[in-house]
Design a protein. Structure first.
Length: 354
């Protein structure tokens, strides 16, 4: 199966988060038939080539979001037109998975000055359960590459996500006797106005973080002063902001009660001088790393020098008629192989100089 055929195969098997089993089964069979020593934990797959240190992890995800409205054709049936393959997951992130497998094929053709583990995990789009389960099985990792569509830009930082649940408590009363009650929705509205005006210290690459109220529920009857109103706040955070501190600052400014609903998708960053960043820039022919506004499994590899890079475009993700060009796929495969070689060359050279 050549690269384009592999991508088409991956896209042809539906793998919405939580339902990756069939894809994992079939991909494992293909990799085994190519003599890759596939290991497995649930529906997470990985294999390594090379044995020496350093140990580089290349990781991407098998799952997709559910198909949204607006597809011109069946989302689960790949459509090829010339150089372009359209289908759910073609861009996010089956193109990266295919490109990494193509790179593995190339890399094992010559001696390697290090070890590369390729891991394809589940549930990246929901809770990162796949990477969290797989990581302890991989041993010590010196650097990592997250396969996500970045148009082969090298991202050395990404935003995190802090979810807060806010509650306003008032006192219910008949609307005709409003003075006897305390309107929880009115209180929530004041808090929401405060949130909408809030801005936090900007990050040099990722810019400003603005809290967004994304869901609200309050009131039980049209003729009753509401006694309770609840809403969620989603903040896409940057590496200069600490989640616990941010939650505390917000709680101090609001009248209502603030609880942390989810804080584990912390923002991530890797210093530009790290060999993995320099190797990735050299392999992609780019001068400077950039920031990525979306969160990813990187949140669970934050302690490892990591970059996020891959073929495709983040703007095509989670949208109808998602596609990837085969030229992008080929460029991605070449990039991953060149990145591994450049990283090993850089690290072994620097060790020799010490
Ligand atoms: Zn993705």
């Amino acid at each position: 199966m050549n690269g384009p055929e592999l991508l088409k195969f991956l896209v042809s098997i539906p793998s919405v988060s939580g339902s990756e089993h069939q894809l994992a089964e079939q991909l494992a069979a293909i990799l085994q038939s190519e003599d890759f020593a596939v290991q497995r934990e649930g529906d997470n797959l990985w294999f390594s080539i090379g044995e020496k240190l350093p140990h580089l992890l290349m990781i991407s995800h098998l799952d997709t979001v559910p198909a949204c409205a607006g597809w011109a054709s069946d989302a689960q049936t790949p459509v090829t037109a010339g150089d372009k393959l359209t289908g759910l997951g073609a861009n996010d992130a089956k193109g990266c998975v295919a490109a990494m497998i193509m790179a593995a094929r190339t890399l094992r053709g010559a001696p390697l000055e290090g070890k590369v583990t390729f891991a394809f995990v589940v549930r990246e789009e929901t809770d990162g359960e796949g990477v969290r389960t797989t990581r302890p099985r991989l041993g010590a990792i010196d650097a990592a590459v997250i396969g996500e569509p970045t148009a082969l830009e090298i991202c050395n930082t990404q935003r995190g996500m802090l979810l807060l649940r806010c509650a306003a408590y008032g006192e219910a009363a008949h609307v005709a006797h409003a003075h006897l009650g305390k309107n929880a929705i009115h209180q929530a509205a004041r808090d929401i106005s405060r949130l909408a005006a809030m801005q936090f210290e900007p990050h040099e690459k990722l810019g400003i973080s603005r809290p967004q109220v994304t869901e609200i529920a309050g009131g039980t009857a049209r003729n009753q002063v509401p006694g309770r109103c609840e809403f969620f706040v989603d903040i896409r955070t940057t590496p200069n902001l600490d989640h616990a501190e941010l939650a505390k600052r917000i709680a101090e400014e609001l009248e209502g009660e603030v609880t942390v609903h989810s804080a584990r998708y912390e923002p991530a960053a890797t210093e530009e001088r790290e060999p993995i960043v320099r190797a990735a820039l050299a392999a992609a022919g780019k001068a400077k790393p950039v920031g990525s506004v979306t969160t990813s499994d990187w949140a669970f590899l934050r302690d490892i020098p990591t970059v996020k890079a891959g073929p495709g475009d983040t703007a095509r993700s989670h949208r109808p008629n998602e596609y990837l060009h085969f030229t992008e796929l080929e460029a991605g495969a070449e990039f991953y192989a060149a990145l591994a070689r450049a990283y090993f060359a850089l690290v072994t050279k620097e060790v020799a100089h010490v």
